[in-house]
Write a protein that binds this ligand. Structure first.
Ligand code: HEC
Length: 184
């Protein structure tokens, strides 16, 4: 069988005959599309520095998420931040110990009041909001015999003691009669 016996153009190499068919247009079309795409891809990701790899995208998103989570956390000295501390039993326990050592002499072992007011009722001389209590404990009411604790205890122990005092609110332990305004 020679090449001329076949219809169409044939080439023979090493005794193997092949028709010189054109590649189908759809196939060529796809080929050139992918070649074009490869150039575009290379240009975008490797030349301009514009395209970011998935790892870079992931790192950027993770950093942004961490930043947002940090921003959403309530500030430690805000009402919400102090209330959050009351949910942490280690902090409240620490606060109870500090209270019994430093505050009980005037406020009673359970906060029921002696010289200082009852801290377990609903009435407050200086406000019952977490930030109000935090302020009184930090700055004291020196003229009325309540010392300032900020320098003595430091921020960590003040916060824990405030968290503990917040857990006493409205537990109404019998002791000194309510003083001040009932908290709304
Ligand atoms: C030397 C006694 C004394 C000690 C110790 C003391 N307090 Fe007081 N505290 C007082 C007096 C007196 C008042 C009332 C101040 C007033 O009349 O304005 C007071 C008020 C307060 C108030 C405000 C109560 C209200 O009705 O608004 C809080 C809260 C408080 N003390 C927490 C503490 C904490 C917490 C400690 C320990 C870190 C502490 N105190 C230690 C004497 C004391």
């Amino acid at each position: 069988m020679s090449a001329q016996d076949k219809t169409g153009v044939v080439h023979v190499y090493d005794d193997i005959e092949e028709l010189d068919n054109h590649l189908p247009n759809w196939w060529l079309f796809l080929l050139w599309i992918t070649v074009g795409f490869a150039f575009g891809y290379w240009y975008y990701f490797h030349t301009t520095g514009e395209g970011r790899g998935s790892l870079e995208v992931y790192r950027a998103e993770a950093a942004e998420a961490a930043r947002l989570a940090e921003a959403r956390k309530p500030k430690p000295d805000s009402d919400a931040g102090l209330m959050l501390l009351t949910k942490d039993s280690a902090t409240v326990d620490e606060g109870r110990q500090n209270f019994q050592q430093t505050c009980a002499a005037c406020h009673g072992l359970k906060g029921e009041g002696i010289i200082g007011p009852n801290l377990t009722d609903n009435a407050w001389l200086h406000g019952g909001k977490p930030t109000d209590i935090n302020k009184v404990v930090n700055e004291g009411v020196l003229a009325k015999g309540m010392p300032a604790w900020e320098k003595v205890l430091g921020p960590q122990r003040v916060r824990s003691v405030v968290a503990y005092v917040l857990t006493l609110k409205n537990t109404n332990i019998p002791g000194k009669a309510p003083q001040g305004e009932p908290e709304k």
